[in-house]
Design a protein around this ligand. Structure first.
Ligand SMILES: *Cc1c(COP(=O)(O)O)cnc(C)c1O
Length: 505
């Protein structure tokens, strides 16, 4: 299978090249030239298999230049009981007759980003080895909170790689920040950016686009790559859990052969929900994809009107990992909706860059609305969703998942749709103890209580143990204190990799 840029480009690349490069040199994102499909026989076989075997099968369809042995080794190194706290990796919990929660946060950093970022380093190092890569790979990451930590954990001390994470200084939760600034590892750097996620992401994209910087890095034996969800190697592992979730429902007799379900995804950069879209295209019986946003509802508006307009106020919310106005992965969906029309995709992206907005044609909009439904929840509604789920089911939602729950309820109210649904749960509630407790115990939480006291309180109330990875933060030293403005990000990279020193002849 070969990959091309969404914006055209003259060349096609193998999946190993695509994973190594991260982003296409014309600024577009890599997409496969066809989407493989799963037959009913495949489903019958896969239903007997465990998560890892399912993963090897799905990955092999997209990453067909990797050998089966390499893929198995990568998958078994990523998804095991040393890294995940449950054997089934992504458990599906039944909330009521119609709604199931797909828990994606049982990995080492307690958010769904681990699903891809535990695997990506193995895929990348394998690709480097098999393609005879000589340079070290430098992973640049812009994070809205969870990607940073997951990338640091995934790549720490991986030979031949370095990681630089840029996070918005005021834009992440205390727990998220603590997770990042205490990160250990000899090849990791963490930098606070004075700005929001979009400025950090634009800064990283600008570094990728800087040909002169790339030259200088090459001379020193480094090449850049990305661990953001613009990297195809992040997307494929996410397709696996949607396939697997349907298989779990089928196995348990909750759905019959071919029975359609809805999928609800709390969305920011549009990576997770795009993976669900690919799963649907592969033949997983999915009816609707419900795209849930917080108050930064640029995607809700886009799905309803066909106009993507980022020229609006940016809000900080209690679901910070979704505080995003430029959803990068949407570009891949636009490519599919336009029937693979590179030129149109490029025009829309240039318009987004220059004018801050674009409008898609009616036919593409129609296709979009056939599959997607968009809604949003503000902070008060998010807290209300946490409170309700706790009262009705004794289940504790994190704020991101709660946005999804609120939007799902809205969707049912407005459409009367009766399909069973899976709600992707993207983070452990323990990553956001203050807001979760505010929702379920109300005024009982004092503003000044320390973060770890809150974890213990939430543990008592939810009767779930605090994830060890979070309670261990209590004893860790702070290791990363650099901060900069968005326009200094490049200088930081230059310094970190010694490019400012005169070349030794
Ligand atoms: C990253 C993240 C999201 C958004 O996922 P996208 O793939 O960017 O749409 C939602 N919830 C949590 C907890 C996240 O970390």
């Amino acid at each position: 299978m070969l990959y091309k840029s969404t914006r055209g480009g003259s060349r096609s690349f193998s999946s190993m090249e695509v994973i190594k490069q991260g982003i296409a040199s014309d600024g577009g994102l890599f997409i496969p030239d066809e989407i493989p499909s799963l037959s009913m026989d495949d489903f019958r076989i896969l239903v007997q298999r465990d998560y890892r075997e399912r993963a090897v099968k799905i990955l092999s369809l997209f990453l067909d230049d990797y050998s089966q042995e390499d893929l198995s080794r990568c998958v078994y190194s990523a998804y095991n009981l040393e890294k995940f706290d449950v054997a089934d990796i992504t458990p599906v919990k039944r909330l009521n007759d119609q709604l199931y929660i797909l828990e994606l946060w049982h990995g080492p950093t307690c958010a769904f980003k681990d699903m891809a970022l535990q695997l990506l380093p193995h895929l990348m190092v394998t690709a480097a080895r098999r393609t005879g890569e000589k340079d070290d790979i430098v992973i640049l990451v812009a994070t809205s909170g969870d990607t940073g930590k997951a990338a640091l954990e995934g790549f720490k001390d991986v030979a031949g790689t370095h990681v630089v994470v840029f996070y918005p200084k005021e834009g992440v939760s205390s727990m998220q920040q603590l997770q990042m600034i205490t990160q250990e590892g000899s090849n990791v750097h963490v930098v606070a950016v004075e700005g929001n996620f979009d400025s950090a992401q634009s800064g990283v994209k600008a570094i990728f686009a800087d040909k002169q910087l790339e030259q200088r890095m090459r001379q020193r034996g480094y090449r850049f790559s990305s661990a953001n969800s613009i990297n195809w190697g992040r997307l494929v592992p996410q397709i696996v859990y949607y396939v697997s979730a349907w298989l779990e429902l089928f196995k348990d007799g909750e759905v019959s052969e071919g029975q359609l379900i809805d999928v609800v995804v709390p969305t920011g950069n549009f990576g997770n929900i795009l993976a669900a879209y690919y799963a649907k295209r592969m033949g997983v019986p999915i009816h609707r994809l419900i795209c849930a946003s917080n108050r930064n509802k640029v995607l809700t508006d886009f799905i309803n009107t066909g106009i993507y307009d980022r020229r609006r106020e940016f809000y900080k919310t209690i679901s910070p990992s979704m505080d995003i106005l430029i959803s990068s992965n949407l570009e891949r969906l636009l490519f599919e909706l336009s029937g693979g029309d590179h030129q149109r995709v490029k025009t829309w992206m240039v318009s987004l860059q220059n004018e801050g907005q674009y409008r898609i044609d009616d036919e593409s909009l129609h296709r979009l609305q056939e599959i997607f439904w968009g809604g949003y929840a503000d902070d008060a509604q998010t807290l209300e969703a946490i409170r309700q789920a706790y009262q009705e089911y004794g289940y504790v939602l994190d704020p991101h998942t709660a946005v999804g729950k609120w939007v799902y309820d809205e969707y049912k109210k407005q459409t009367g749709d009766n399909h069973k649904a899976i709600l992707a749960s993207t983070a452990s509630p323990f990553k956001f103890p203050r807001d979760v407790l505010k929702a379920i115990v109300g005024r009982g939480v004092k503003d000044h209580s320390d973060e770890f006291g809150l974890l213990d309180l939430l543990s008592r109330i939810s009767k779930i143990n605090v994830p060890p990875a979070l309670s261990r933060l209590r004893e860790k030293d702070i290791k990363h204190t650099i901060s900069c403005s968005p326009d200094q990000m490049k200088d930081i990279v230059v310094k970190l990799f010694g490019l400012d020193e005169r070349c030794r002849a």
